[in-house]
Design a protein around this ligand. Structure first.
Ligand SMILES: [Zn+2]
Ligand SMILES: [Zn+2]
Length: 488
């Protein structure tokens, strides 16, 4: 049996019997061959097949290639953390960092690149390539190895001498365009910047940099956070001394979007509250779904009183250590109205309005739906504004200029949903919102206690959007935050 047949197993709607059939009747042994045959209409005539099942297989191959083309941050991040922990424990290792898109916290990435500063490269290569989860070694040498893991991830490790680690990490972090600007700046100062060193063009001695901070300092500018290195104005800001003081996870005291067993959450209000306090939060909002969202059991307005009793009981348990707000994630229905009447919304501490259904409406219609919600005076937050999901659901076709203008006018906060499958708003829209002075809020949308840990993914989007703590509602002190909510 050809090994490449196994590549077809992950295709949705395609079982081993069919794979065998295609191989034995048409001699198809590769995924590419299968795609070609499906496109040419050769599968439909086979026993048990038809036009529909052929189209399904073709769609399956396409969704698979879209999914495997780039790895979502959700999968790459914990994998990279494990690899770093392993490598940092190897004898002679001074530092280990991810580089590339992952260090810049792009929402999807190709392979995971890891740079190691070490005095004994052979030990690093051995530890990396012989760990249990390695499926195969794709290539390697004394200071570089490339490996595929059993979970499908691919990673490369480079070892550099500690005294050159700064230039190497700066180079490997990218982006390409940022590095072009860096080399231009270096050349203006008579230096050639490479991954190994800064070298005077007139032939002086190489300048080695053990840290990235030294690389930037040698060029007379402050260190630029990796999330900013996209050639979106960061070099000019660095030269002018106007780089933003980017928001950090530690700046956030509140999480204003999470679910409990009152809708589709897995945990009680008290369990969510305890988990939030353990993470150092001071304020949370329980924002269960409203009932018209048919796919999950939502909350009817008449459930609110009973839920409030559970909130009160949890609040009594938590005392002053954590404030629990009563909220809802109210559905923006297909006709543009909200799922709860205004008088119900008026009685809640936090109202998030979100689109979940009819996301493929034409631009004018779906934009109008969102504008209705933005203009409702009881709505505090627009949840995951564009409705996209990574990797397979595109954002709704919204007129974002109109959305941002309306948000600015109404003072509603726009969410950066921290779930790595959403990251919505994305970095580009979040930066536009910031520039317009629209308040932003970073929330986990947790459906279970452990998902409260996802906050840092939302913070990464905010950082890529140049956002500072003062621009994020969750970073305000409790008094200011509660005052803002009350005034709305
Ligand atoms: Zn939602
Ligand atoms: Zn939600």
């Amino acid at each position: 049996v050809p090994m490449t047949l196994a590549d077809m197993i992950p295709v949705p709607d395609l079982g081993p019997k069919k794979i065998k059939l295609f191989w034995q009747t048409l001699g198809i042994t590769t995924l590419a061959g299968l795609q070609e045959a499906a496109r040419a209409g050769q599968l439909r005539a086979l026993p048990g097949m038809g036009e529909k099942s052929e189209a399904k297989i073709l769609a399956g191959i396409e969704s698979l290639s879209r999914r495997t083309g780039r790895t979502p941050l959700e999968k790459a991040w914990p994998f990279a953390e494990e690899q770093l922990a392993l490598l940092r424990g190897v004898k002679g290792v001074v530092a280990a960092e991810v580089a590339g898109s992952l260090r810049r916290m792009r929402e999807t990435l190709g392979d995971v690149d890891i740079l190691v500063a070490a005095t004994l490269p052979e030990l690093v290569m051995a530890a990396f390539t012989t760990q249990g989860a390695v499926a195969r070694v794709l290539g390697g040498g004394p200071i570089k190895s490339s490996v595929e893991f059993t979970n499908g991830m691919r990673a490369q490790v480079w070892v550099h001498p500690p005294e050159k680690f700064g230039t190497a990490l700066q180079y490997a972090t990218g982006s390409k365009d940022h590095n072009v600007r860096m080399r231009e700046l270096a050349l203006k100062q008579g230096l050639s910047l490479s991954e190994h060193a800064l070298t005077p063009v007139d032939g002086g001695a190489e300048i080695l940099c053990a840290t990235e901070e030294e690389v930037y300092a040698r060029l007379g500018i402050p260190w630029v956070a990796p999330e900013l290195r996209e050639d979106r104005g960061e070099m000019a800001a660095a030269l002018a001394g106007t780089l933003p003081r980017l928001v950090t996870v530690n700046d956030l005291h509140a999480d204003l979007h999470m679910h409990s067993t009152w809708s589709d959450g897995k945990a009680t209000i008290l369990e969510m509250a305890q988990a939030a306090r353990a993470r150092g939060l001071r304020v949370i909002a329980i924002t269960d779904h409203s009932h018209s969202l048919g796919i999950v059991q939502g909350m009817k307005p008449e459930d609110l009183a009973a839920r409030q009793m559970e909130i009160d009981a949890a609040q009594a348990e938590m005392g002053d250590s954590l404030r629990i707000l009563s909220g809802v994630e109210v559905e923006i229905k297909a006709d543009g109205t909200l799922d709860y009447p205004d008088e119900v919304l008026a009685g809640l501490d936090v109202v998030i309005a979100s689109l979940h259904v009819s996301l493929r409406q034409p631009r004018e219609q779906i934009t109008e739906r969102l504008l209705n919600a933005i203009r409702n005076p009881h709505v505090d937050i627009i949840g995951h504004p564009t409705g996209r999901q990574i990797p397979d659901r595109d954002p709704a076709d919204l007129d974002m200029d109109a959305v941002l203008a309306a948000a600015k006018e109404s003072g509603v906060a726009l969410e950066i949903n921290a779930n790595p499958r959403r990251l919505d708003l994305n970095d580009v829209y979040a930066r536009r919102a910031k520039e317009l002075g629209i308040p932003l809020t970073i929330n986990t949308d947790a459906h279970a206690p452990d998902q409260l840990a996802l906050l840092h993914f939302g913070v990464a989007v905010a950082r890529r959007a140049w956002v500072e703590a003062g621009e994020v509602v969750n970073a305000w002190d409790s008094e200011k935050l509660l005052g803002w909510l009350k005034a709305r």
